[in-house]
Structures are given as C-alpha cells and as structure tokens.
Design a binder for this molecule. Structure first.
Ligand code: GTP
Ligand code: MG
Length: 198
C-alpha cells in the first residue's frame, strides 16, 4: 500500500473526544524515545507530520492521523519516561489505559521496542496487559539501522526466545523497522492493508 494522503486530525487526552468516524485504527505505543513518532513520519513519507525529538517525552497526547481517508494511525505518549513527575505519569497512564480499553475502532496496537535492548519488564508487562484485555498487537523492533544485519537478527531472535520461554508459548507477530533507512516500511503497510481488507 502507498500512503497518498496523511493528515493530522486531532490531539487530546480524552478518549471520548477522539474522532467519531468508524474507521479502522492502529496505535503506536512503547517507551519514550523508542521512535513511535519517527515511524509515523517514515510510513507517511513526511518529515514532521508527527513531532519527534532527541529528548524523551515529546509526545504527550493521543494524536490521530487519517491515512488515505480510510484508516487512522495513532501516535501516543511513551511510557516509562523517568523525568516526568509521578503525578504526570499517573495522568499519562490513565488516559493511555482508557484509550486502549474504550476505543472500539482500535484494530491492533503496535508495541515498539528498541532492537538493541533485551526484553524489559515495562514492555512485557504492557504486552501481557494487552493480552489480558484481548487487544491484538504486534511488536515492532525499531532503529534497525543501529545494528549490523547479523547482530540485528540475533537480537530479535533472542528477544522472541525470551518472550516464548518466559511469557507466551508463541511469539507475537513482529516487524523490524528503521525510520532512517525505511527498513520494514512495505511489510508494515502491507500488513495493515491486509488487516483492513479482512
Ligand atoms: P516520545 O514521543 O518521547 O515517546 O518518543 P518517540 O517514541 O515518539 O520517539 P521519536 O520518534 O521522537 O524519536 C526519538 C529519537 O530517536 C529521535 O532522536 C529520532 O531521530 C531517533 N530515532 C527514531 N527512530 C529512529 C531510527 O529508526 N533510527 C535511528 N537511528 N534513530 C531513530
Ligand atoms: Mg513521540
């Protein structure tokens, strides 16, 4: 699938004020700085449709982007950013949780993890929570350009092996991306296209 049209629709912290249209929706979630907003720009061929930053904690709201007039990509704040205050963290958690629990249009979440890291409790606990709430998700291993191909493959395999030995019998569906090189773009967009057509 090619993205011919990508437009920012609305930012908010209140799931009841998200767009009312009944279009399929896909949400990017993960630690701060993992590359959620950059991936939205890469997929949509836009430099700054979603705001990015070298400093974690850039995205603070639920952001809806309408794609090809047919579906939504949703950029969410990162979890696990230590520098926001405890009370801010709680507010974040509340509206992110409410988004996942209440947003009926959500077809699938994508949990982004840095391809260089081993499984971290904050991510695996969030994946478990999605599972318990019957919210489908895939993992996206981001920043694939930061590792040599061999190391990238090994790291991803280790990550999946750890998940299957500690959390699930079967590994979740996954993608490997790089917002700098465009790695994984076609796979991810074709996957979304297939799911939209189901
Ligand atoms: P928050 O909004 O704070 O939760 O962060 P985010 O997950 O949206 O991350 P963002 O897209 O703002 O990117 C964070 C930093 O990582 C920026 O400096 C990006 O340039 C960099 N980055 C993101 N994706 C990639 C990638 O694929 N490769 C490389 N090398 N850098 C990346
Ligand atoms: Mg962001």
């Amino acid at each position: 699938m090619d993205i011919k049209k990508a437009e920012f629709i609305i930012s908010n912290t209140d799931v009841s004020r998200c767009p009312k249209e009944q279009l399929p929706e896909y949400a990017f979630i993960g630690r701060s700085n993992v590359g959620k907003s950059s991936l939205i720009n890469m997929l949509t061929n836009r430099k700054s449709l979603a705001k990015t930053s070298g400093k974690p904690g850039k995205t603070q709201l639920i952001n809806h982007f309408k794609i090809n007039d047919e579906w939504f990509l949703v950029d969410l704040p990162g979890y696990g950013y230590a520098k926001v205050s405890k009370s801010t963290k709680k507010v974040f958690q509340k509206f992110i949780t409410a988004y996942f629990e209440k947003r009926l249009q959500l077809v699938s979440a994508f949990v982004l993890v840095d391809c260089r890291h081993e499984p971290q409790p904050i991510d695996t606990e969030f994946m478990q929570w999605l599972g318990e709430n019957q919210i489908p998700f895939s993992i996206i291993f981001t920043k694939g350009d930061k590792l040599k191909p061999g190391a990238l493959e090994r790291n991803v395999q280790n990550y999946l092996d750890t998940l299957t030995s500690e959390v699930w019998e079967e590994a979740p569906n996954y993608f490997i991306t790089s917002s700098s090189s465009g790695l994984g773009k076609d796979e991810l967009l074709n996957y979304i296209e297939d799911v939209n057509e189901q």
